[in-house]
Design a protein around this ligand. Structure first.
Ligand SMILES: [Mg+2]
Length: 251
């Protein structure tokens, strides 16, 4: 079996564990911009946040989650009906998604410029990732990052770990499905590694993207039932297999 021409990877939950930064930034914005009454230590990521995190699609949602947790919401509300709880709590907060995203990015930019080392230290590259990606380059495989994070932040994180993808596609480049369609016009085959099952399902449902290899990153932020709900042609990809040569990957 031949290796992919392009390996497309999600960033947060696949290359980098950014849970701590997400929590601290979201909580800061929820408190400072929107008056959330949080009383716990800001540095400790609450278990409830960790459990809700796999449902989150875009950054602004986490500000709503942090704001709701600060108001004493039971995490079950989010775990049982994430879209419903998100809508309801965003309504109570009374801010548009764009305003929340702006506030989050403003804060991140401030942190990144004011204390770049401290900000970057809140992200941890998963073990073995850098070596694995370096081997891609040697094997003639282009690897690219496709993330819902802003491109600027993604690039700073990758640079910290001296990771040099062929390209970084951020939130500004549109939905991941659109980015993958454009990539397909460049080179094929493409394999896509993502830790958010609904995103993989969208890719599999898109008839233009048929033929893309879809992999669910087992080491990322997964929901309880994701492994059971994973359907072919998507594959479960554990960390050891990710680090192994491409001919060991399931196809
Ligand atoms: Mg992810």
């Amino acid at each position: 079996m031949s290796p992919p021409a392009i390996l497309a990877l999600d960033l947060d939950g696949v290359l980098v564990d950014g849970m701590e930064e997400y929590w601290r930034s979201s909580l800061h914005v929820a408190q400072e911009d929107f008056g959330a009454p949080w009383v716990g230590a800001p540095t400790k990521v609450p278990d409830a946040f960790r459990r809700i995190r796999p449902w989150v699609h875009t950054g602004w949602e986490m500000v709503v989650v942090a704001w709701a947790l600060a108001h004493g919401i039971a995490e079950e509300e989010f775990l049982q009906d994430y879209p419903g709880a998100l809508r309801q709590w965003q309504g109570r907060l009374g801010q548009s998604s764009a305003a929340l995203q702006d506030a989050l990015e403003r804060h991140r930019r401030h942190c990144r410029l004011g204390d770049p080392q401290g900000w970057l230290a809140q992200h941890r590259p998963y073990p073995g990732v850098a070596e694995r990606l370096r081997r891609c380059r040697h094997g003639g495989v282009d690897w690219v990052v496709v993330t819902t994070k802003g491109r600027e932040f993604a690039a700073a994180l990758l640079e910290q770990d001296r990771l040099q993808p062929t390209a970084v596609y951020g939130r500004e480049d549109g939905p991941k499905v659109h980015v993958l369609r454009r990539l397909l016009e460049q080179r094929q085959p493409i394999w896509f590694v993502e830790d958010r099952l609904p995103t993989l399902e969208k890719v599999m449902a898109d008839h233009q993207l048929r033929g893309i290899g879809c992999y669910l990153a087992a080491w990322g932020y997964l929901r309880h039932a994701d492994r059971q709900q994973l359907r072919p042609p998507a594959h479960w990809l554990d960390h050891a297999t990710f680090c192994a040569p491409f001919h060991d990957w399931p196809t």
